[in-house]
Each structure stands twice: as C-alpha cells, then as structure tokens.
Ligand binder design. Structure first.
Ligand code: HEC
Ligand SMILES: [Cu+2]
Length: 352
C-alpha cells in the first residue's frame, strides 16, 4: 500500500514539475511550435517518426505481454516444450518486410524534405542576404541593396529569403528554431539555405556550434515584417547619412568621441560593407545589445567600458583607448539615437 502511494505521489510530482517547466523557455525559441516553412516541415517529420515509433513500441509491448502470460511455465507442465517455429519462412519474411516498409515510410518523405529545403531554383528572383558568422555576432548584407546590418535580421513574411552564409573565423551554426533548421557556417565555403516566416514577429536565433568562450551568448533575432514594411525598412536604411548631426549636444559630443576613439575603425554607420565589428546603422532599434543584453543606456555604458566582463573573448576588448564613464555615456546617448526606421522589432510585437 505504502509503495503504491509513493509511486503515485512521484508520478504526480513529476507531472506538476513538467507542467511548471513547460512554461519555461522563451516563446519563439522552440522547434515544436513552428512559425516558418523549414520548422514546419521538420515538425511534420518529427510527428511522423514519433507516431511510427509509438506504434512499434505498443505492438512490441502487447506481443511481449501476451507471450509472457500465455507461455508461462505452468504447474504440472514443467517438461512441456511448445511448438518450435525456427526457420519459419512466413514469419521471417514478415519481420523483414515490416521494418523495410517502416523505414521507407519515414525515409521517403525525409529525403524529399531535404531536397525541398535545399532547392535554390528561385534564389535569383528572391531576396538574397550574405550572412557572416563572427565570434560572437552576426553580420547581414542585403545583396544589391546597399543595406548592411547586424544581430537583427529583417525579412518579409511569406517569402523565401535566401541566405548565403560564411564565417570569418571558426565554424558557427545558424539556427532559428521556430523558423528553420540549422545550417553550419564555415570559414572555407559558402553554405546556402532559405528561410520563410509565416507571421510577423521577432524570432530568436542561436549559434548552434561551440565556437569559443562566448558561444552561448551569440544570440540573434529574425524580425519578420510585412512585405510593405520590409520595403519601407530597406528604404529607411538606404537613406541614412552617417554624417547627419545628432539631435542634442550630448549625442553630438558622443558622435565626436565615437569618431575620435577608433570605434569607426570597426563599426560602420551606413552601408559600408567592411565589418570587423557589428554595423551600427540602426543600433537604436536593436532588440538587444551585443545579441543578448537588454537595450538600456546603462547596459550600453557597461558594454563600452568593459566588454570583456560581459562577453569573454570578444574581439572589441582592448582595441580602443580607455574611456571615462562620462565619455561612455555620451557615446551611448549617440548610439541610442540611431533609429532610422519606424519599422522596428516593437512594431511587430517586440520580444518576450
Ligand atoms: C577592434 C574592433 C573594434 C573596436 C575598435 C570597437 N569595437 Fe565595438 N565591437 C566590436 C566587435 C567585434 C563587437 C561584437 C562583439 C560581440 O558581440 O562578440 C562589438 C560590439 C559593439 C557594440 C554592440 C553592437 C550590437 O550590435 O549589439 C557596441 C555598441 C560597440 N561595439 C561600440 C563600440 C564603441 C563605442 C567603440 C569605441 C569606443 C567600439 N565599439 C570599438 C569591435 C570593435
Ligand atoms: Cu558561433
């Protein structure tokens, strides 16, 4: 009685725990709630294979239980030997054929999905983006548009967007679980894939390849906006003039400090393709600072003063003169004002 109660209690506790834990994790960071074509087709495969495995499991358990009960050694029949079926042709054919059929049911759609997701035939008429993975940030160059950005990748909904991906250093992996599968981003070759988001929203991306001490902080976002908003965003980004004067005196001072302290050596504002560090054209609209910090001025000052304590091993540390907190604040005020567009992560619901 006690033993049973204990087991029931354990099962109850586990169910409650899994309910509680199910609420953890970020929305739009799961392959199990697909919001884009690649994730959708992967989900179909997950469901198909899981169903088949459950059926196989149930059949095996049922047959096993029947055999266990029916062919127990019974009293008075200790020397009874049941009918021997070794070498039975029908049986052997059946248990060879069933797994082959099951593998075909899973394999054929899997191979078709792989070819479908690798189909590049529409790439030349579509949006093409050059994606560069860097220790520990992402660079996005919109081919033919003179638009460059980092960390937040804007795409239109309902369209296939083709990504041509390469790394500037070590192997990274581009993964936006709720939109698409993973793709390795290698230094020596260009890997391609397309992504398509069904709905507007902000989708979390992760680098899925261990790439150094701050690998786990190499987050990025896909911002899916309507096609009209996307065109608007591209136009807004194209109209940025890096020489424009900031609105107030503090930001003006920040701009001068930004120019005087080597920041420009690595960070472009405008469409310059050079990219030692993230392009900052629309930095004020970013969902995060450096991919993962809340975009507050305070966090930005901390980042500028000591990026190493925030993202160990990053390539910015030590490459510019030491700054006072006042200087860092002025630069932060300037960078926070870089908001060229009305189309922002907030305009499609922000992030959770
Ligand atoms: C040697 C090149 C280099 C210099 C010089 C440099 N940075 Fe950076 N910066 C980087 C790199 C690389 C990153 C990306 C770090 C990461 O996320 O791993 C970065 C990230 C940033 C970010 C976050 C960008 C984003 O998209 O979230 C800001 C803001 C920034 N730097 C500001 C500055 C300022 C201000 C200066 C001058 C005081 C400066 N940087 C000097 C290379 C540089
Ligand atoms: Cu990485």
């Amino acid at each position: 009685m006690n033993g049973w109660m204990g087991k029931i209690r354990a099962v109850l506790m586990l169910s409650i725990l899994s309910l509680v834990l199910a609420a953890c994790g970020k929305e739009n960071l799961t392959a199990l709630d697909p919001k884009g074509y690649g994730a959708d087709t992967s989900m179909d495969m997950i469901i198909l294979t899981t169903l088949i495995m459950v059926v196989v499991f149930l059949v095996v358990i049922i047959v096993y239980s029947i055999v266990l009960v029916r062919f127990r050694r019974k009293k008075g029949q200790e020397n009874y030997i049941p009918k021997q079926v070794e070498g039975n042709h029908t049986l052997e054919m059946v248990w060879t054929a069933i797994p082959i059929v099951l593998v075909l049911i899973m394999g054929v759609p899997a191979v078709m999905t792989v070819f479908d997701l690798a189909d590049e035939s529409e790439a030349s008429d579509s949006i093409n983006i050059e994606v560069t993975g860097n220790q520990y940030w992402w660079h996005f160059n919109y081919a033919g548009e003179e638009v460059v950005t980092s960390q937040d990748l804007y795409i239109p909904t309902g369209e296939k967007v083709y990504l041509n991906m390469q790394s500037s250093d070590v192997i990274h992996s581009f993964w936006v679980p709720s939109i698409s599968g993973k793709m390795d981003v290698n230094p020596e070759n260009v890997n391609t894939m397309y992504i398509e988001a069904y709905e507007e929203g902000v989708y979390w991306g992760k680098c899925a390849e261990l790439c150094g001490p701050s690998h786990s902080l190499m987050d990025f976002k896909v911002i899916a906006v309507s096609p009209e908003e996307f065109d608007q965003w591209i136009a807004d980004m194209q109209s940025v003039d890096p020489a424009d004067e900031p609105q107030d005196a503090v930001a003006q001072e920040g701009k001068e400090l930004f120019e005087a302290n080597n920041c420009m050596g690595c960070h472009a504002i405008g469409s310059s393709p050079s990219a030692v560090g993230p392009n900052l054209t629309n930095f004020g609209d970013r969902t995060k600072i450096a991919g993962f910090l809340e975009p507050t001025e305070e966090n930005l000052v901390d980042w500028i003063m000591d990026p190493e304590s925030i993202k160990p091993g990053n390539k910015m540390t030590g490459n510019y003169p030491d700054l006072s907190e006042d200087e860092a604040s002025s630069i932060a005020a300037y960078l926070m004002q870089l908001k060229p567009s009305e189309v922002t992560p907030e305009s499609v619901g922000g992030i959770n």
